[in-house]
Structure formats: C-alpha cells, structure tokens
Design a protein around this ligand. Sequence first.
Ligand SMILES: C[S@@+](CC[C@H](N)C(=O)[O-])C[C@H]1O[C@@H](n2cnc3c(N)ncnc32)[C@H](O)[C@@H]1O
Length: 277
Amino acid sequence: MKSVIPIRSFFGILMLLVIIPSLKGQDDSRRDYVPEVGQQGKDVVWVPTPQELVDTMLSIAELTPSDLVIDLGSGDGRTVITAAKRGARAIGIEFNPDMVTLSRRNAEKEGVSSQVQFFEGDLFEYDLSKATVITMFLLPEINLKLRPRLLELKPGTRVVSNTFTMGEWIPDLEVNTPDSWNSWTTALMWIIPAKVEGRWKIGEHELSLTQKYQFINGTFNNGGTITAIADGRLRGNEISFKIGNIIYLGQVNGSRITGTAKSDSAKWDWTAVKSSE
Ligand SMILES: C[S@@+](CC[C@H](N)C(=O)[O-])C[C@H]1O[C@@H](n2cnc3c(N)ncnc32)[C@H](O)[C@@H]1O
C-alpha cells in the first residue's frame, strides 16, 4: 500500500516533534530564570545596585525626559527601568542573554517596554555617542579602560558610577546614601568637560589654557602684564575662571566662548575665539 505521508515529510514532522518541546523547555527555563548574586559575567560578576542607590544615581544626574541613559552591564535592568519610569529613554547593554530576557520581562511588568531597549553584547563594542547619561557598576580597571571613550562623549554628558572610581579623574560630585544597610552606598558623577586647551584671543589679548579633565590652568596676557588664571573649571560646556579679582563665566561652543565677566564694580560681556591648539 502507498504511504499517505511521504517518507521525507514523515521525518520532517518527527524532527519538529522532537525540537518544538525542547525549544519550549528552553523558553520556560528562561522565563523561570533567577540570577544569583556573584554569578560570573564577562568582565564583572553580577551584583545588583541597591534600589536606593539607583535612585540617587539618577537624581544626581538630574535626569529629565529628554535624556537617553545607557547602563553598561545592565544586569536585571533595574537602572534602565527606573530611568524609564522617570520619563527618560534608556538602553541596557548586557552580555548575559538570560539577564537580557529577564530585563525585558521586568520592563514589561513595570509597563515601560516602549521606552527601553536591552542589547545582548559586549559593552566595549557598543556606540555610546548618543547617550546623555551613562550609568555603570563595573570595576575600577574596567572604568579606566572605558575612560578615553567616555572623555570623547558630548560635553555635558553625565557619567554616574556605583562606588568605583576613574583613576585620577576626580568626580564632580560624590553622594553617599548612609542610611542604607547595604555595602554599596556611594554614587560618583563626572560631567564630560568641553575641550578648551590651547590659545584663545579675547579682543587683542591672549588667554592660554591647559586642561586636565575638568580643571584648567593658564595665563592671560594683556599685552603688558601676564597673569595666571585661578579657579579654572569646566562643567560640560560651562567654563569659569578668575583673572585677578575678575570672575569670568562663559559657555564653550567649539572654538568660541561667550559669557560675562564681573569685577567688584562692573559687569560686561566677553568673547574668546580659539587661535591655536
Ligand atoms: C555589578 S553588575 C551591575 C548590574 C547593574 N548595572 C546594576 O547596577 O544593578 C555588572 C553586570 O555587567 C555584566 N557584564 C560584565 N561584563 C560585561 C561586558 N563586557 N559587556 C556587557 N555586560 C557585562 C554582568 O553580566 C553583570 O550583569
């Protein structure tokens, strides 16, 4: 008698009967996945930031709905989800696929799926250029490895780290959450400074600046007297320094700075134009 199902189709159906339950099993195991504190990650193990510190980290970054947050090594997604609940868009980069699945599920439970994205991959390979806030709970040596890339981000981008430092790059702000019973209680924030090192002209006079991260030094030459500048500081594109008793405040815009200067008795506008690196 002729077989109703051709022999090749029969084997095809058999394969599907074997594969579908095993895929379903995989799906179920991902759905039931419960991470363990201290479990291996690619470069850093998973330890969650206490929710109180997540809140502090996002508060000191002064998060607004126009921000795009990228959490490097996003774990169970808590920082990304909290940022989204505050109205921002947020992205998590996480190497562990189970954690990515868990994060997406957590975001769904919290009703913020449309504001978040979780990418499975290596945080060192992801383009960070669109971020306005970077959050991280990694390790000091990983932060150091990331530092050159972070310094190339848009001036004003806030980088907030749970506990771990950036080598000699001093944070602009450090906040502790001392009430927490948890061991992770410190939030550190750096604001990516504009690049201002070089020679500038203020009218006919010359301002010569050197820069180390957010700190600036240099001299002002008015054609006769050379004065060292004092208290030179950058906060993103905002610049401030003193020449004698005159306080200069300004906004850096590429090769131009505009602002106001104030002495004991007067206030006036000033503009500096970059003349050389
Ligand atoms: C200390 S946990 C922090 C998790 C989360 N950001 C938080 O604060 O709760 C570090 C996370 O980074 C992930 N990770 C480690 N190395 C990574 C890499 N190279 N790329 C992406 N994720 C990584 C780990 O799997 C882990 O989930």
